[in-house]
Design a binder for this molecule. Structure first.
Ligand code: F6R
Length: 368
């Protein structure tokens, strides 16, 4: 049942190109436009939306954080992202023209369900992104967009996360298409590029041996930091979460721009710091992070840099360089998350942990 792999997690990491492809399947028309039939929220209703709020927990929340960048950029709508457990005890300002998107792999996470009920009471429109057919979340929402990751058995979410990203890109691009935002041509081009992402994820998977080696060499470390900017920031959070839950190691993700506001005090000689570098095409963003890498290296940190293949500008400052295929900035999490999943999985295995069943964790959290 593990298809020849020692752990479900390894199998699920390997299934990601197919999971991404399946989530795109049937949603990009021959004319290059998106159709999201099963969404059950009409185009007219979508045109009325003036604000989007995303609610989710854990890894799904990280998908939500990435969604914000895509929705603001392509759909041109204000977007807030909330931890479901916080949202439901606040007094959020919602109306009939607010679209609340709840992201949950299992569709059974109590905090996410309670957040949806909270939003319904205030007449918001509700859209679920969910991986499990027939689960509770889709029933509680007006519409649903299923991810087609297939059953995810390992407790740590991997392929579901990548398909959640695909789902939020589809939604952001679809809303842009329906509303006809100023990025019309870009939207059309991005839909075409999204279709190529399964191959890009597959490419990354083919180059993971050095990452596994690195992970084994760091099994004795006490702490690992993760840094990113823009959509690389949620990727850093996700990398840290994976390492905590699987390797039981202290790990933290930071927005690289926040370094000098505190976290840089944590940098000490030998501390492994993993940095996610945006594509070179985003010059300002890219240069900023290169100077962050220089700053932490000057303080003796061991820099592990994830950057676009052929990005030679980071070479002088990287103790270890992990190359990923060049893709548009907003899609980069699809390729930069994979090495972090492999890293956490391998490091935890080297420490002798069962990566499918980390201690104290359950696959779906049906209590508050
Ligand atoms: C982390 C992980 C959890 C879940 C979270 C939400 O690897 O799996 O953080 O992402 O419990 O679960 P769902 O998406 O089922 O609502």
């Amino acid at each position: 049942e593990k298809g020849g792999y020692d752990y479900f997690m390894l199998k699920e990491i390997a299934e990601q190109p197919r999971a991404v492809a399946d989530t795109l399947l049937g949603r990009i028309g021959a004319d290059g436009r998106l159709t999201l039939d099963e969404m059950r929220i009409s185009d007219r209703e979508l045109r009325e939306v003036d604000k989007i709020i995303i609610v989710a927990c854990g890894t799904s929340y990280h998908a939500g954080l990435i969604a914000k960048y895509a929705i603001e950029h392509w759909a041109g709508l204000p977007c807030e992202v909330e931890l479901a457990s916080e949202f439901r005890y606040r007094d959020p300002i919602l109306s009939r023209s607010t679209l609340v998107i709840a992201i949950s792999q299992s569709g059974e996470t109590m905090d996410a369900l309670m957040a949806v009920r909270h939003a319904r009471e205030q007449h918001a429109k509700l859209l679920g992104i969910c991986n499990v057919n027939g689960s509770t979340l889709p029933r509680e929402c007006d519409g649903v967009l299923y991810t087609h990751a297939g059953p995810e058995i390992a407790v740590a979410s991997t392929k579901a996360f990548l398909t959640q990203l695909v789902a939020v890109y589809l939604i952001a691009l679809y809303i842009a298409q329906v509303r006809g935002t100023k990025f019309g041509d870009e939207v059309f081009a991005m839909i075409q590029l999204l279709a190529q992402m399964p191959e890009k994820v597959d490419e990354v998977l083919g180059t993971m041996e050095p990452v596994r080696e690195l992970a084994r060499s760091l099994a004795g470390e006490k702490s690992v930091l993760f840094l990113g900017r823009h959509v690389g920031f949620p990727v850093a959070l996700e990398g840290a979460l994976k390492l905590k839950e699987l390797a039981y190691m202290h790990a933290e993700g930071f927005a690289a721009g926040e370094l000098k506001h505190g976290p840089i005090a944590l940098i000490e000689p030998g501390l492994p710091v993993i940095v996610v570098v945006p594509p070179r095409s985003r010059d300002v963003l890219h240069d900023k992070i290169v100077s962050n890498i220089q700053e932490i290296r000057a303080r003796g940190a061991r820099t592990i840099v994830i950057a676009e293949e052929g990005d030679t500008s980071v070479e002088p400052y990287a103790d270890t360089l992990i190359g990923v295929p060049a893709v548009p900035t907003l899609f980069q999490p699809l390729v930069t998350t994979v090495p972090l999943q492999v890293f956490a999985c391998e490091l935890a295995t080297a420490k002798g942990h069962d990566v499918d069943q980390p201690r104290n964790l359950a696959k779906s959290v049906t209590v508050e």
